[in-house]
Design a protein. Structure first.
Lengths: 285, 340, 290
């Protein structure tokens, strides 16, 4: 693995200063499976107006691994995850405090542009939301076109993303047909393709399968297991079996607080905290 | 084990207690039939007026033929020749100018108010734009004649001289002209186009906008990717409703268009519209049957034109709502408030 | 630091486009607001001077020389004609809306009616004037111009507006209320009278007031229905003056004093319309279900 040449970063950065940045990259990157970023939360608080939804959470998301966030409705897991790509602040009256570190860089730092953060940290939503007026091709290309990608390199990257999302074979003959013409599961994979097309380092998934049938869910879970090799994946789920199937590590939240965090196996079989044990055995939630 | 139905309760005079006496049912029946009759009456009224219009316009239509009337380029009162082409042309020219100026402004306002402006400003801005609709047409006309016409003359002449090479542009600027009429019409249609566009834009699902933002789009890119394409049909419908309004506007136009029954050569020429001719010449046409019939025929053309535009417009707005809730279309109810 | 390596910054072109687009949209909004400011400014600047007690208490004299008079007959005429139009259009309009919501909901007939009412909202006001002219002025009665005929034209104008806005308001009354009353055995007419109408009342008033404001400002329908006359007439049976018509006529004159009167009348008319609109909005705020 050559940490000097990271084609993904080079492709999304302006041409000048590329070599200077490669130098810097050597110091900044920690050796990992494919250069995906480590995400660290330090003292993260999130508010909706006066309501304190996330209360001082410290958490570590490892690259090349899937971390699941579980907990009862309203515990703050979605809110927390939306703080990582700064979507939380899009809600009127919402704000966040604390640090969200991408490899030592706080995404909330004043010199960091929120739009740039979202390029590096992608998100897949609960309800598949392909752009209804766009074709399958245009949906995947949407993010790429924002940075001016065009022509054959664009087509190539769209194909690559669709393959990585496991959708290529099913749609390669109808790339120009509308994105919403696909089934629910296919639409979600289309959204995943759209997200990975812009080559993020981190992928956040907010209950990505809750609107899908079991067969589609399984396909996406397989996809997640493939994708984790190249990205840092955080998945919010209310389905504990899913967490057990898909996640390497699991964090359990309750009422805005992080109760317990550890390898998935441990959380589900020998949790430390009694509250965790009650939740995973279905006593509430 | 079969369960037997309980015996139905019977009252001494043989009727079941569950039946309501006639006296109690009557008011309901009466109410229902009265209201239904009212509703039906609306349809009858519209049909009736349409037929009467045709009948009264008949002297002119039979004299010139329907197409002769509509497409003849001469409206000459003194020689009793009535061709509506200059009127139709003037109507279309002023409406086109109104759309070109008013629709972009209205859409910009709608987008700004729903997506960009700070929350506190939203209410005041909305009300301000709606107040534009409250100003009566004759007041716009008055203002147009005594404020716009004199004050814009210099600018119009400059524009006409500088851009003389463009088609339809020339340096001659008599006071009132197509452009001023179009400009006032633009001001008058901004409220309706903006109100409906605003409604349509505010129904863009939040998931669409989030999808765009999550890809790393700037605010404008999000609007361009998720909001505007989604609202395309609805906004087109809004623009068409604005067109309908512009076509039918009478008083403000007749005061600032010069009322010349010719097709002008430049946007700064004087002209006439269907609505303006009716308002203007009705007085003198009172005793001249052909003239009067021609004016009514012009009214018929105007009526049909606005009907067609409105029907098409509503189809667009409803199409933009396809797949969402049924019942009274939300954007169209905005028209009720804006008084169109 | 390696900030740029970790999070590649936004290209300056995109940042500039974003700023420019936002600026353009704000500018467009400003463009929409400016005419209103200008109209109000000139109205006040040129019209305030004409306002006086004399202005409201004398009739226009119709003479070119000397005192042009005030607008008394115009103001009274507007009030009378609009009042009559309202008295007819509002009950009928609310009635049709009641039909659409209470009895015809979902039916095909109701759908057809609603569609045509919608289409009616787009008909130009001058066409309504023509309708009335054809049927009432030269038609059966053939009796010529009259104030009440102007009212009919205005009423036709108000009707679709009242129907549509009332329908929206009536639909907002929760079905749960109706169903609860039905379950208790209440007859339809009582539900309408005791539950639906009272709940919807503020909204209905708002819609009606907005229609009234609209009608008060209309000129075209009155041109050949009530026509114009200078003296104050209380009888709706003959020609009647009105504010919009008075303004329209004065604008056409080349005389300074008449033009000044036109500005004063316009200011009065706009003030009237604004007050009605404001009251309507106040009622909208008090509506329970908006």
């Amino acid at each position: 693995m050559n940490p000097d040449i990271d084609t993904r970063t080079a492709a999304t950065a302006p041409a000048s200063g590329r070599f200077q940045r490669l130098e810097e990259k050597r110091e900044a990157t920690t050796p990992s499976a494919a250069g995906a970023k480590r995400v660290r939360l330090k003292g993260l608080h999130a508010y909706y107006g006066a309501e304190h939804a996330v209360k001082g959470v410290d958490l570590d998301f490892e690259p090349g691994k899937v971390t699941a966030m579980i907990g009862p409705s309203g515990c703050g897991k979605s809110t927390l995850v939306r703080c990582i790509n700064r979507m939380h602040e899009e809600i009127v009256g919402a704000r966040a405090e604390g640090e969200v570190l991408l490899d030592d860089l706080d995404v909330y730092a004043p010199e960091v542009d929120v739009v740039a953060v979202r390029r590096v940290v992608g998100m897949v939503f609960q309800k598949p939301n392909p752009f209804p007026t766009m074709s399958i091709f245009d949906n995947v290309a949407a993010g790429l076109r924002l940075t001016g990608a065009r022509g054959s390199s664009l087509t190539e990257r769209v194909e690559r993303s669709l393959r990585a999302a496991g959708l290529w074979e099913e749609v390669k003959d109808r790339l120009r047909s509308p994105g919403i013409g696909l089934s629910g599961g296919q639409q979600q994979r289309l959204c995943i393709a759209r997200t990975i097309a812009v080559e993020p380092e981190v992928i956040l998934m907010d209950e990505p399968c809750s609107a899908l049938d079991p067969v589609a869910t399984l396909k996406i879970e397989e996809l997640i297991s493939e994708l984790k090799l190249r990205y840092t994946i955080v998945i919010v789920t209310h389905n504990m079996q899913q967490a057990a199937r898909v996640a390497d590590k699991t964090a359990f939240m309750l009422s805005g607080e992080m109760v317990e965090f550890g390898p998935t196996n441990t959380i589900f079989t020998k949790p430390d905290d009694p509250r965790t044990e009650q939740y995973v055995t279905g006593k509430f939630g | 084990m079969a369960v037997e139905a309980p015996p139905s309760p019977v009252v001494p005079n043989g009727r079941s207690v569950l039946e309501r006496p006639l006296a109690a049912r009557l008011p309901d029946r009466l109410l229902k039939w009265t209201l239904t009759a009212l509703a039906a009456g609306i349809l009858v009224l519209i049909a009736f007026f349409f037929i009467r219009l045709i009948l009264e316009a008949d002297p002119a239509l039979s004299r010139f033929g329907v197409f002769g009337f509509a497409f003849d380029g001469n409206w000459d009162v003194s020689r009793s020749i009535y061709g509506a082409m200059p009127l139709v042309a003037g109507t279309l020219i002023t409406s086109a100018i109104a759309l070109l100026i008013g629709v972009p402004v209205a859409i910009a306002t709608a987008v700004f108010v729903t997506e960009l402006c700070p929350r506190r400003l939203r209410g005041p801005l909305t009300i301000t734009v709606e107040l534009l609709a409250a100003v009566p047409s004759v007041v716009y006309g008055l203002w147009g004649v005594f404020v716009l016409v004199p004050h814009l003359k210099g600018a119009e002449q400059w524009f006409g001289r500088t851009f003389d090479f463009l088609p339809f542009v020339g340096p001659d600027v008599p006071g009132p002209n197509y452009f001023i009429a179009g400009l006032i019409l633009a001001i008058m249609i901004v409220p309706i186009v903006s109100a409906i566009s605003r409604e349509v834009i505010s129904t863009v699902p939040v998931e669409q906008k989030e999808a765009a933002l999550a890809l790393g789009a700037t605010r404008w890119e999000m609007i361009r990717t998720a909001v505007l394409p989604y609202s395309r049909s609805g906004i087109t419908g809004a623009a068409m409703l604005g067109l309908g309004r512009a076509i039918g506007e009478t008083i403000a136009v007749t005061l600032v268009i010069g009322n010349a029954p010719v097709i002008g050569h430049t946007i700064f020429s004087q002209g006439y519209t269907l609505a303006a001719v009716i308002a203007n010449e009705f007085g003198e046409a009172a005793n001249n049957e052909l003239h009067r019939a021609s004016l009514i025929a012009a009214g018929l053309v105007l009526f049909v034109l606005t009907l067609l535009v409105n029907v098409a417009a509503r189809a667009f707005v409803v199409r933009g709502e396809r797949g969402r809730r049924g019942g009274a279309s939300a954007p169209l109810t905005a028209t009720a408030g804006a008084g169109v | 630091m390696g900030a740029a390596a970790i999070i590649p910054p936004l290209s300056s072109r995109r940042r500039r486009t974003d700023k420019a687009a936002r600026g353009l949209l704000a500018a467009g909004t400003l463009l929409a607001v400016i005419p209103l400011v200008l109209v109000l400014y000139y109205l006040i600047e040129k019209g305030a001077g004409a306002i006086s007690w004399h202005f409201f208490s004398t009739d226009p004299t119709g003479s070119f020389l000397g005192d042009p008079g005030g607008i008394k007959s115009a103001l009274l005429g507007t009030i009378e004609m609009v009042a009559l139009a309202t008295a007819v259009a509002v009950p009928i309009g609310i009635g049709v809306a009641l039909y659409l919501v209470e009895f015809g909901r979902g039916g095909r007939f109701a759908g057809v009616v609603r569609y045509f009412v919608d289409v009616m909202t787009g008909v130009p006001s001058i066409v309504f004037g023509l309708f009335v002219y054809i049927t009432l002025v030269i038609g059966f009665g053939g009796s010529g111009y009259a104030g009440w005929k102007g009212s009919v034209a205005l009423g036709l104008l108000m009707l679709p507006v009242v129907i549509r806005s009332s329908e929206v308001v009536l639909l907002l009354v929760p079905d749960a209320l109706r169903e609860a009353a039905l379950a208790l055995g209440a007859p339809r007419w009582r539900i309408v009278a005791r539950i639906v109408l009272p709940s919807a009342l503020p909204g209905l008033i708002t819609g009606s007031l907005l229609a009234v404001a609209r009608a008060a400002g209309e000129t075209a329908p009155l041109l050949f229905t009530s026509a114009v006359v200078f003296g104050t007439t209380f009888s709706l049976n003959g020609r009647m003056n009105s504010l919009p018509i008075q303004i329209f006529n004065d604008v056409g004159q080349a005389q300074d004093r008449l033009v000044e009167r036109a500005w004063g009348s316009a200011l009065t008319l706009v003030a009237l319309v604004l007050v009605l609109t404001l009251i309507a909005r106040l009622f909208a705020r008090r509506s329970r279900f908006s």
